[in-house]
Design a binder for this molecule. Structure first.
Ligand SMILES: [Zn+2]
Length: 107
C-alpha cells in the first residue's frame, strides 16, 4: 500500500552539502543530491511517496497537530536540534509552550 508522507528539511542542512540522507518513517533512507529540486521522492523500501518541504534556516521543530487537534512537535530533518525521540515529555511541552507564547505575542 502506498502512503503519502510529508517531511520537513532544514534549509541550513542542504545549503552546504551535495548529498543529503533523508529518513523515511519506515526506517529506510534515501539519498538526495544537490541542487535538491525534488518536490517528492519515493522510498525504495516501503514505496511511500515522500513530499519534501524545505523550511528556511533551521527552526528545530515544526508544530503540527494530532488528529484530536492537540499541538504536536514534528521533526525537521537535518536540524541540529535534539531529536524529538530523545526529548522528555517535559522538554516537549516546554518547546510547545514557547512556540504558543510566540504566536500570542503581538508584533
Ligand atoms: Zn519508507
Amino acid at each position: 500500500m502506498n502512503h503519502t508522507l510529508y517531511t520537513f528539511i532544514a534549509e541550513d542542512a542542504i545549503t552546504d552539502t551535495k548529498l543529503f540522507t533523508l529518513k523515511c518513517n519506515c526506517g529506510g533512507t534515501i539519498t538526495i543530491m544537490s541542487p535538491f529540486q525534488e518536490k517528492q521522492i519515493i522510498c525504495p523500501q516501503c514505496e511511500s511517496i515522500i513530499k519534501l518541504l524545505v523550511v528556511s534556516g533551521d527552526p528545530g521543530y515544526i508544530i503540527g497537530a494530532e488528529e484530536n487537534g492537540k499541538p504536536k512537535l514534528l521533526p525537521v530533518q537535518g536540524s541540529k536540534a535534539c531529536p524529538i525521540e530523545l526529548l522528555t515529555e517535559q522538554e516537549k511541552s516546554d518547546i510547545l509552550n514557547k512556540v504558543k507564547r510566540k504566536i500570542k505575542e503581538p508584533k
